[in-house]
Design a protein around this ligand. Structure first.
Ligand code: URP
Ligand code: ZN
Ligand code: ZN
Length: 534
């Protein structure tokens, strides 16, 4: 092999951590998934693979080339690679060979609104892999306010992982212990982003004082501050109004939290982040009101990242008015899916670079769980599916319609996420030395979505019946073919935690801006104190 590769960009502790693969004993269950009992040994080395003749697409370049993989790493990307007989060759002629998707926003096995999201770190990840996503970043919730306890709890949940994953951490209260734990999370646990909920009054919601403390702490650690931007007091008032009007069904969810409450909170978070001079990431941007605030801030030079989610790009709120409760309830998420028009605006913002990457907010509840709110929309667990559908829907919606190029597709589904969370080019690229997380998409084939055939555990699908062009035929996860010929080959315990170092590119130059600010103050003024003689 002519090319050599280097893992120079990985600090040693990170390399060591990422090589700790849990050992498992596997067998196959009735759904065709492998299952495992932990603590036993069944370690199969990853095969040598050559992907031949496809169009290799990266965020900044595409070319017809072969990709050679060994030990889970991309060893070479160049035309006409010759290999020996022990190498598995996959013909990708006429197909796109792209980095596996990275979903920046998921909630697997999350305890929320009196229940728990039904997809766990195995079923959610299996679903992801079948849809071409090879890494996700999940939100750790503190346990009784403790970040360390939250991290341990989520690490245990994630032991059954079958693909790579990272963690964000939510901050739901403020005291010295939380501030100290934030240090530990960043310096010792590989977390480089913290989410602040401006909504969910009475549970996760924080006030502006906490937001400011949290932003300052994030800045000092080089961690990215993220916000769920809705005015939680406004939402509580909107909910009271709906109840007074006798509107108890799922449509009350959308009516109680209109776009202006999302716009207000987005503007407030942006201004407070500007005041602290720290980068900001707005999760699940669902409305024109929010995206206009982001556009204005970015135009003024502020570092604000906006993440739309697939449901906001593809759906509109009309289904919330469906006469069948279960049909309507499955669309309940926050911020709500908006009226038609917001979806088109979000697509435009994505294609023009106002918004940077696409997540899913995958947080699934089955019909029985959604029925907790049959008499009161406030009790319907909030969340929709998407981890399995994101790559196909974004390709069909954005590339097939000509709104973006294949390279843009790679950027918004994979590369931008890897860069923002500081794991590029190990992830998010098909380059020599990158992890072999790869998909092969056939642009001439098609997909169809329905709950009967999806891999998520939920019994409904908000994209039920959707068809489109472009089919992910092969998913390779760290050098293993996990999805091929419509079959999943996954093992619990094979996924790795990917620690994410602080001080991404978003922090470059922040110190210079701080210096410019301090020197612009022209203060304190040195004054002579004169004593006045009487
Ligand atoms: O409805 C949603 N979005 N559920 C998950 C929790 C959150 O706010 O992200
Ligand atoms: Zn949220
Ligand atoms: Zn979320």
């Amino acid at each position: 092999m002519a090319n050599s590769f280097s893992l120079d960009w990985l600090p040693l502790p990170l390399l060591l951590l990422t090589s700790l693969i849990p050992l498992v004993l596997t067998s196959t269950n009735e759904n065709g998934f492998c299952t495992a009992e932990y603590g036993c040994l069944d370690f199969v080395p990853s095969p040598k693979i050559l992907i031949k003749g496809g169009t290799v697409v990266n965020a900044h370049h595409h070319e017809v080339a072969d990709v050679y993989i060994e030990d889970g790493i991309i060893i070479a990307v160049q035309p006409n690679i010759n290999v020996s007989d022990d190498v598995r060759v996959i013909d990708a002629t006429g197909k796109y060979v792209m980095p596996g998707g990275i979903d920046p926003h998921t909630h697997l096995e999350m305890e929320f609104m009196g229940t728990e999201a039904i997809d766990d770190f195995f079923s959610g990840q299996a679903a992801a892999l079948s849809g071409g996503t090879t890494m996700h970043i999940d939100f750790v919730l503190p346990v009784n306010g403790s970040l360390s306890a939250g991290f341990e709890a989520y690490s245990r949940k994630a032991e059954k992982s079958c693909m790579d994953y990272g963690f964000h951490m939510a901050i739901t209260k403020w005291d010295d212990d939380v501030a100290r734990d934030m240090d530990i999370m960043v310096k010792e646990r590989g977390i480089n982003s913290f989410k602040f909920f401006m909504a969910y009054k009475g549970s996760f919601m924080i006030n502006d004082e906490l937001l400011l403390e949290g932003f300052k702490k994030c800045k000092s650690l080089g961690a990215l501050a993220q916000v769920h931007a809705e005015n939680g007091d406004g939402v509580a008032e909107g909910q009271r109004r709906m109840i007074e009007l006798g509107i108890m069904g799922p449509e009350g969810h959308a009516l109680s939290r209109p776009p202006l409450l999302e716009g207000e909170a987005t503007a407030r978070a942006i201004r407070l982040a500007a005041f602290v001079n720290t980068p900001l990431y707005v999760v699940h941007v669902m409305s024109i009101d929010a995206l206009e605030e982001i556009a204005q801030a970015r135009k003024s030079g502020q570092r604000v990242i906006g993440e739309p989610v697939v449901s906001g790009l593809v759906l509109d709120e009309s289904k919330l008015w469906d006469p069948d409760f279960i049909t309507a309830a499955k669309y309940v998420m926050s911020p709500p899916i908006r009226k038609s028009g917001h979806d088109k605006a979000l697509q435009g913002a994505l294609s023009s670079g106002i918004l940077q990457l696409v997540g899913t907010d995958h947080c699934t509840f089955n019909s029985a769980q959604k029925a907790m709110g049959i008499h009161d929309f406030r009790k319907i667990p909030n969340g929709v599916n998407g981890i399995e559908e994101r790559m196909h829907l974004v390709w069909d919606l954005m590339v097939e319609t000509g709104q973006i190029s294949a390279s843009d597709f790679v950027r918004i589904t994979s590369t931008a996420c890897a860069q923002i969370f500081n794991i590029y080019p190990r992830k998010g690229a098909i380059l020599t030395g990158s992890d072999a997380d790869i998909i092969i998409l056939n642009p001439n084939s098609s997909f169809q979505i329905n709950a009967e055939s999806h891999h998520s555990r939920t019994d409904t699908n908000v994209y039920e019946g959707k068809r489109g062009k472009g089919k992910i035929e092969v998913t390779i996860s760290r050098g293993r073919i996990v999805w091929e010929n419509g079959e999943l080959k996954v093992e619990p315990g094979t996924g790795r935690y990917v620690p994410m170092p602080p001080f991404s590119y978003l922090f470059d130059g922040i110190d210079k801006m701080d210096s410019a600010y301090y020197s612009s103050l022209h203060a304190p003024v040195q004054r002579m104190i004169k004593t006045v003689e009487s």
